[in-house]
Design a protein around this ligand. Structure first.
Ligand SMILES: [Zn+2]
Ligand SMILES: [Zn+2]
Length: 484
């Protein structure tokens, strides 16, 4: 009996301590948000003084915080946004958060729920919600806020919905083990339409013998809608499948994806990872599968070569030629700012040494060496840095190394990412043992007539794991002969 009493006492003590720690963390997080927001105000004021536009002044604060704390720029952006909300709109929530009475998730639930509320509604609702939040989890807070908004201002709901719908988006990011995470906010009716359609395809276009789960079929249905086939093909393998496609099997549109992969890996002679634009590293088999339907562009390794003195007229034009642009983007892979993952394909090409429009001869030339991938935001950061308008310094070193110095003197260098995939220094030998993935259907990886280049011979076709084992054996026996 004393044991149980002891345990109870201990458990109570643990819970009490836990609550205390949770409050302390919340209070400290509130302080962190306040500090980030203070830095934002500081940078914004400095940049406005220097003539930076109202829209963009202070936007690089998140990049600066990202460098200082090794958090993502998106996280810093989100916390600064929260800080601004707490300062201007949700002051009761701010006080509760600062005292640790509510935590970060509860605070967010309130500010997010009230994002589109008018000032009058805010004044009426926010203090009560802040008090309520001390006794409710984030989900309950959101539900209560929604109900209260509808009660107090039913007419305003349409306007709030419109504002909320204005924030609709779809995004895709890298997920674990070569999968992608699809995320988004849609207008309610549109979201329902998407889901209903996927459900309908998953149940109506495959028979009961399809080996996939319903969830897998819904996911495949979304891809089928995007690739233009608009149709799931039942995978039961029965000749008399009741849901078989009548007429021709729909052909998928070619994927608009960019993959950076070494020639050796593409040919199956090595198994180095490849770079899927915007998503990161993928395994070589997946890269070869994608390549079966690809158009090729050959990229040569120029990061180690010596600067050439030969100059041609295109270098004196502001806009790079297609080949120069392709090279620079492929070698960089992603935006070159620290912590930024925007693919080079979606980035600007920035003149590292500034181009001189009045006297092209005098400024930085339009060469591969002098062009670097920068997303819009970081292109602006670099331009402001060059104009001494934001306190940053961006320096370029040989081998496409870029050094970014924040206004407080912290410095981070970034190296091109694409080059590691295109010209890997670590060679991963091809998989020759058991455990290789299932063979892919053979057939030309080329679209005849589209891809005609000097690598056609080398890459020929997508090679199945069996063919690659064969190649590896042949290569090994050739080496053995040479060694004799
Ligand atoms: Zn079937
Ligand atoms: Zn960027």
């Amino acid at each position: 009996m004393t044991d149980i009493a002891d345990e109870m006492a201990t458990a109570q003590a643990v819970v009490a301590h836990l609550r205390e720690v949770h409050q302390q963390i919340a209070a400290l997080q509130s302080e962190e948000v306040t500090l980030m927001t203070a830095l934002y105000h500081l940078r914004r004021a400095q940049q406005l003084d220097l003539g930076v536009s109202n829209l963009n002044a202070g936007e690089d604060t998140a990049t600066e915080i990202g460098i200082a704390l090794k958090v993502s720029q998106g996280t810093a952006d989100g916390l600064i946004g929260l800080g601004l909300d707490l300062e201007n709109r949700c002051t009761a929530t701010r006080d509760a958060f600062a005292a640790g009475r509510i935590d970060l998730a509860q605070t967010r639930a309130i500010t997010k729920s009230l994002t589109n509320a008018s000032d009058e509604l805010l004044a009426e609702l926010e203090p009560g919600l802040a008090a309520y939040a001390e006794k409710a989890d984030p989900q309950r807070i959101r539900r209560t806020a929604r109900r209260r908004l509808l009660e107090l201002d039913p007419a305003g709901q349409a306007a709030r919905r419109k504002s909320a719908e204005a924030d609709r988006y779809v995004s895709i990011s890298a997920h674990d083990d070569g999968t992608a995470l699809l995320d988004g906010v849609l207008p309610l009716a549109g979201g329902q339409a998407v889901y209903e359609r996927l459900r309908e395809m998953a149940s109506g276009q495959c028979c009961g013998k399809d080996p996939r789960t319903v969830a897998q079929r819904r996911a495949d249905a979304l891809i089928a809608l995007a690739d233009g086939t608009g149709r799931l093909v039942c995978q039961c393998g029965q000749a008399d499948c009741p849901r078989a496609v009548v007429g021709e099997t729909p052909v998928a549109r070619k994927a608009l994806v960019q993959v950076g992969v070494s020639a050796e890996t593409l040919a199956g002679l090595q198994d180095n990872p490849a770079l899927l634009s915007g998503l990161g590293a993928i395994d070589p088999d997946l890269a070869r599968q994608i390549a079966r339907h690809a158009r090729f562009e050959i990229i040569t390794d120029t990061t180690t070569r010596h600067a050439e003195n030969t100059e041609n007229t295109s270098e004196l034009r502001y806009r790079p030629g297609a080949r120069t642009a392709r090279q620079a983007r492929a070698i960089d892979g992603i935006c070159r700012a620290p912590g930024c993952h925007i693919p080079a394909a979606a980035s600007d090409l920035d003149h590292q040494d500034r181009f001189d429009h009045t006297n092209p001869q005098a400024g930085g030339h339009t060469t591969e060496d002098n062009l670097g991938a920068r997303c819009r935001r970081h292109h602006r950061l670099k331009t402001l840095a060059d104009n001494h308008a934001n306190g940053w310094t961006v320096r370029h070193h040989p081998g496409r190394v870029v050094e970014w110095c924040t206004p407080t003197g912290e410095s981070v260098t970034t190296e091109p990412e694409g080059v590691d995939f295109l010209f890997p220094t670590t060679v991963v030998p091809p998989v020759t043992a058991a455990g290789v993935p299932d063979a892919e259907p053979t057939g030309s990886i080329f679209d005849p007539g589209v891809a005609v280049n000097i690598m056609t011979e080398l890459m020929q076709v997508y090679t199945t794991p069996e063919q690659r084992r064969e190649q590896a054996r042949a290569l090994a026996s050739r080496r053995a002969r040479i060694n004799m």
